[in-house]
Design a protein around this ligand. Structure first.
Ligand code: B3K
Ligand code: ZN
Length: 855
């Protein structure tokens, strides 16, 4: 089928025509919705006589070129018009049915409100257009709808005019002076509660800020508003970037395929990333809102003012904007804890993507469905690549690079090469080798060996790198790896701290005047997204946990130590030997609980032991049953060994009102459940006395390890209490989906019929089925195949309903390579069932066919 053809980066051609202005008129009226688009078309290529427009799933009512009805031909979501004109107006009237649009792309209805999602290629579901990011037009938009049902009519830019029309309808006109690609267009029409505020920019311009939420939710919009103001202030102080329009609007909608969308001046958000009050949202939710509000705001410069030439360059805006939002969170909160979260995303999810059938470089080279490439690779590894440049250049030169990038490219659609060129030209740092990170997929394995010559006081490290072939690329080259190193003396003082430039497959680094055998802290702060292979001894790791200057390094050492312990026990099980845990491991952990000086949030991170899926990422192949058994054993032993300290830390934090203390308290509570059922009483009291959602959920999470009558009672209390608040019920659905009990799947089947669940709402699907597949590793991979069947049934249901969401939740099913033959065959059988669907979406086709083709 031609629609399944891939597009290639190497085939990029500049557009033969462009559109400089577009006048859009929306007549919103349910299934009788009409859009009139008047585009000013300009020929760019003298030879071109055919204007080819994109369009999908819409009905053409009329088409005029320069005011005259004109013939056109249509084929495969493309429309062609023959023309000799240099410049002309193209007028197209289309008819749409937003109510029946369940894909949540283009113009659709979310709970009674009209809203749009155009990135990546959704604008073509509204009108026929040059729907590609290198066509930048100035938009004027008129929206007309029933005045009572849709009092707010919003679009990008500044409001020009509003008024009544006939029979209870009204209209609003908007104008966005900044030329933009179609993917940044937005329209919202609905009835909302509105929170208003203002921000005065550094050049004293007053910006009106508006947050629109569903009726009755106004009190939950304040944190999003505060986050927006912090973002605006931060972008001025750290990046010297000021907002450009007079108004900034955020609308929260219930039906949304992802987190949020940075449409110019009119961000559309998933309610999950807007609504919060302490009763209903956890500390994690608060943090998520601040970071997503920041992310979308930062796109105004990195994405909107300077955009992508083509979709292969997506990381140009996403990697950079994730880096910026990470820095925002780190400047405002704990840098170490934010870094740990970012590292976990790379190690647990991005490494899995790189070793699976969907492996791609941060700048992909071929794409079937663009929506499949909004990935942890493009976003999060992309951010790591920007972070490495920041490490190589330093803050000052990096900011000089950003400045030059905007001077050169403001108002343009550019490439990752343009970004790197600005960084090089502003700093003088040669990035030519470094740029391989853009084109090479896969995770480099960096093997380090040490040597110490006491007589010569000489310490040396041999650093070797290799990137194994991936599903998309066989030949790999050496990369430029900034390798952050600290050498610690046996008494724990820092002897040396340096970033090494690793550029070859094998390099030796020699350090003189090292008078004592040092303990190396390697790849500090995860200075490159690579797998480190160094045989640390237990002693060395314990030393690092205690003395490394970087808090992130202390956490890394703890993960390595506990992981080693788990893998040792997997080996014990394999050899039918009994399991045990080295007392030095439990002592080191106890030491962390006893230490007064460590930040509570960091202690909580250290005690959040690696999940089964995180452990799987550390291995080539896995015996899942042995791994799960060994992990449970180690967790229990550790909890038992630290019982007293866990209890006293739990009690100590009980009344402290800050997020770090709550995190620590809740992880202590969870671990205490592994020691004895007696400790359930703490969970019970905490749940009953909780004054915020973090504590309520902490209690439920602690009880989620097994079926118990207390769990059943509290879960049903929660259900009664929150049944009318969908976002809060999502947490309950996720708890059910990640319950360790063997009856979990039966419950889930029942829950798909629960009144709080719906297949048409992405948040519900992600909370129940997505969470099960991605976070309940043991139940999902049950040997009878029932977990796979359940998820596959959902994917098949969503194939037509919402292919984007279907293709998201399929991820754990295509990453089968590390499992045993029995599981692999079951997973493949499920994928074949999907591939056999008659009307398989491009989204699923791309992932499933790649998975089944992979070896
Ligand atoms: N740019 C959007 C994501 C669009 C996803 C399209 N399938 C949100 C963001 O990254 O800020
Ligand atoms: Zn983004």
């Amino acid at each position: 089928m031609t629609t399944m053809n891939a597009k290639y980066l190497k085939d990029y051609l500049a557009p033969a025509f462009t559109i400089t202005h577009i006048d859009l008129d929306f007549y919103l009226d349910g299934a009788e919705t009409f859009v009139t688009a008047k585009s000013q078309v300009v020929r760019k290529d003298d030879q071109a006589t055919t204007l080819v427009l994109h369009g999908e799933g819409i009905e053409i009512i009329s088409l005029k070129v320069a005011g005259v009805d004109t013939c056109y031909s249509q084929e495969e979501a493309k429309l062609s018009i023959e023309t000799q004109l240099e410049e002309f107006e193209l007028e197209i009237v289309t008819k749409l049915d937003p109510e029946s649009n369940s894909s949540l792309e283009g113009l659709y209805m979310s709970d009674g409100a009209y809203c749009t999602q155009c990135e990546a290629e959704g604008f073509r579901r509204i009108t026929y257009f040059l729907d590609r990011p290198d066509v930048l037009a100035v938009y004027s938009v008129r929206v007309e709808a029933d005045a009572k049902a849709f009092p707010y009519l919003l679009s990008n830019g500044n409001l020009l005019e509003q008024g009544e029309t006939s029979s209870g309808r009204h209209f609003v006109k908007w104008h966005d002076p900044f030329p933009k690609p179609a993917y940044l267009f937005a329209l919202v029409a609905g009835d909302f509660d509105l929170l208003e505020d203002q921000f005065v920019t550094s050049s004293q311009r007053q910006i009106k800020l508006q947050v629109f939420v569903d009726k009755g939710n106004l009190h939950k919009a304040h944190h999003a508003m505060a986050s927006l103001k912090k973002s605006m202030a931060w972008d001025e102080s750290r990046f010297d970037l000021e907002y450009d329009l007079d108004i900034y609007m955020i609308v929260a909608v219930d039906f949304f395929n992802m987190g949020a969308m940075e449409n110019k001046g009119l961000n559309v958000f998933n309610t999950k990333y807007v609504l919060a009050d302490t009763n209903s949202a956890t500390d994690e939710d608060y943090h998520g809102i601040e970071s997503v509000v920041g992310h979308e705001y930062f796109h105004n410069w990195t994405g909107n003012r300077v955009t992508c030439r083509d979709w292969f360059q997506l990381s140009l805006k996403e990697g950079l904007t994730v880096f910026r939002d990470q820095e925002f969170s780190s400047d405002l909160g704990s840098r170490a804890v934010n870094r740990i979260h970012a590292i976990k995303v790379i190690k647990n999810q991005q490494f899995a993507e790189d070793s699976g059938p969907m492996a791609h470089p941060i700048r992909p080279e071929s794409v079937i469905e663009m929506n499949n490439f909004y990935t942890v690779t493009v976003y999060n590894k992309g951010a790591e690549v920007i972070r490495m440049m920041h490490t190589l250049l330093g803050e000052k030169s990096f900011q000089a690079g950003m400045k030059l990038y905007f001077e050169r490219h403001d108002g343009q659609a550019v490439t990752c090469d343009d970004f790197a060129a600005a960084m090089t030209d502003a700093s003088g740092v040669d990035l030519s080798l470094f740029k391989r990170w853009y084109s090479q997929s896969g995770t480099p394995v960096v093997t380090v060996t040490e040597k110490y010559d006491a007589k010569k006081a000489c310490y040396s490290l041999v650093i070797e790198q290799v990137t194994h072939s991936t599903a998309d690329q066989t030949d790999k080259l050496a990369l430029h790896i900034p390798f952050d190193l600290e050498l610690l003396s046996p008494d724990g003082t820092s002897m040396l701290s340096q970033v090494l430039n690793v550029k070859e497959s094998r390099q030796e680094f020699i350090f003189n005047d090292i008078t004592e055998q040092p303990i190396p802290s390697l790849l500090q702060n995860f200075s490159a997204p690579v797998k480190l292979d160094f045989s640390y001894s237990v002693e060395q790791l314990v030393h690092l946990m205690r003395y490394a200057s970087s808090e992130v390094a202390r956490w890394e050492a703890s993960v390595a130590l506990i992981s080693q312990s788990i893998w040792d026990n997997v080996a014990n099980l394999d050899q039918q030997q009994s399991m045990h845990i080295d007392p030095r491991v439990t002592d080191a952990y106890r030491g962390i609980l006893l230490s007064e000086e460590l930040d509570h949030a960091l202690v909580a991170e250290i005690f959040t032991l690696p999940s089964v899926s995180a452990l799987i990422e550390q291995a080539e192949t896995v015996d899942l049953d042995a791994l799960a058994t060994a992990r449970s054993f180690v967790v229990e032993e550790l909890a038992m060994a630290c019982e007293d300290e866990l209890l006293s830390r739990y009690r100590e934090q009980a009344s402290i009102d800050n997020a770090g203390s709550r995190a620590l308290k809740n992880i202590c509570l969870l671990l205490l459940q592994k020691v004895s059922d007696d400790h359930q009483r703490f969970a019970k009291v905490q749940y009953e006395q909780a004054e915020n959602m973090t504590d309520s959920l902490g209690a439920l999470l602690a009880l989620n390890g097994e079926d118990s009558s207390l769990r059943t009672t509290l879960m049903s209390d929660y259900e009664t209490k929150w049944s009318e608040t969908p976002l809060v019920m999502d947490k309950w659905l996720s708890l059910q989906a990640t319950c360790a009990s063997d009856t979990c799947l039966q419950q889930l089947e029942r829950l798909t019929k629960h009144q709080s669940f719906s297949f048409s709402n992405p948040n519900r699907v992600r909370s129940l089925i997505g969470a099960f597949a991605s976070a309940n590793t043991v139940q999902f991979h049950k040997l009878d195949g029932s977990g796979y069947e359940f998820v596959t049934d959902t994917i098949i249901k969503l194939n037509k309903l919402n292919p984007q969401v279907a293709a998201r939740i399929i991820t754990p099913l295509i990453q089968f390579k590390k499992f045993d033959q029995a599981r692999q065959s079951l997973m493949k059988a499920s994928l074949k069932r999907i591939l056999g669907l008659e009307d398989l979406s491009k989204d699923l086709y791309e992932k499933v066919s790649k998975a089944l083709d992979s070896k």
